[in-house]
Design a protein around this ligand. Structure first.
Ligand code: SAM
Length: 277
């Protein structure tokens, strides 16, 4: 509490693909969340994480391919939350699953996931979360042990719980996400979810039937061998958080770790992939 964030409003001309590239590049340098508006993109970063040199070197700002103007101002954390929550509409994944804030009303669905995102990533609006939810909806999870690595709001772990997973570990490196996942697991009445603050080093001597990781290309490339070593034979690994253009690199790492490609979903150049051990 009491932290200061920087709010950047970017106005690219034309809007796409600059907005997608901005989101990808800004995420890599610590921006935590984004609100896409009709003619602009608003991004937030904790003031203490902002490195101006890294920011100014971003390809999307350097290349002459897009015209991007931006403004910036400091905002208190609570204002940032209010802005984010105002922009959060309920979403449906297929016929059976909704992700919504506590104050939203939705039509009856089998999997009604209630998320208060606060500062965490994972409302189902981002392509990667949406596609991971799609993969989970298509998978038999009943009675399985699951790891949700980089859990954010805990949204993927909550769907796994609602689909009957026996036990779920949800892990995030960020303290805010850890706390938010604990709250959201309780809000959705999911006592089978245990939340931990940490990274792949948490995984010593653990084994799972299903591992889900929606993080980013570089962390995944580093951690795929660890995930593979924690996956039971026949177990499944779901990965997202990277672009289609990085799929070859990710699949090569998975194959070198004894995993076989099963299926992929694509949306706006993002991809979510399923592998089997
Ligand atoms: C793209 S968000 C995904 C959130 C959520 N799982 C979803 O699908 O919407 C990635 C999350 O991974 C976390 N993270 C980043 N690096 C990590 C690491 N090395 N180990 C564990 N979590 C990490 C971030 O804090 C963030 O919450």
């Amino acid at each position: 509490m009491g932290q200061t964030f920087l709010e950047f409003t970017f106005t690219p001309n034309p809007l796409q693909p600059a907005v997608d590239i901005l989101i990808a590049e800004l995420s890599e340098i610590g921006f935590e969340s984004f609100v896409e508006k009709e003619t602009s993109l608003v991004g937030y970063i904790n003031e203490k994480d902002f490195n101006e040199e890294q920011f100014l070197e971003l390809y999307v700002l350097q290349t002459g391919d897009f015209q991007i103007t931006y403004t910036t101002k400091s905002v208190a954390q609570q204002n940032w939350n209010a802005e984010w929550e105002k922009s959060f509409d309920p979403i449906y994944i297929g016929e059976d699953c909704a992700v919504r804030a506590p104050f939203h009303k939705v039509r009856p669905v089998t999997y009604d996931i209630v998320i208060e995102p606060k500062m965490s990533f994972g409302t189902g609006h981002h392509e990667t979360t949406h596609m991971m939810l799609q993969h989970l909806l298509e998978t038999d999870i009943s009675g399985k042990s699951v790891l949700d690595m980089g859990c954010g709001t805990g949204v993927l772990a909550i769907l796994a719980a609602k689909k009957g997973a026996a036990q779920i570990d949800a892990v995030d490196i960020d303290n805010w996400c850890f706390k938010n996942s604990v709250e959201n697991a309780a809000r959705n009445d999911c006592p089978q979810i245990q939340v931990f603050e940490g990274d792949a080093s948490y995984l010593k001597n653990k084994m799972y039937d299903i591992i889900i990781a929606n993080i980013n290309r570089n962390i995944l490339l580093e951690d795929i061998p660890t995930y593979a070593s924690c996956l039971k034979k026949g177990g499944q690994l779901f990965l997202s958080g990277f672009y289609l253009s990085d799929l070859k690199m990710i699949s090569a790492k998975c194959e070198a770790s004894g995993l076989q490609f099963l299926k992929k979903i694509e949306k706006n150049n993002w991809v979510a992939v399923k592998y089997v051990h």
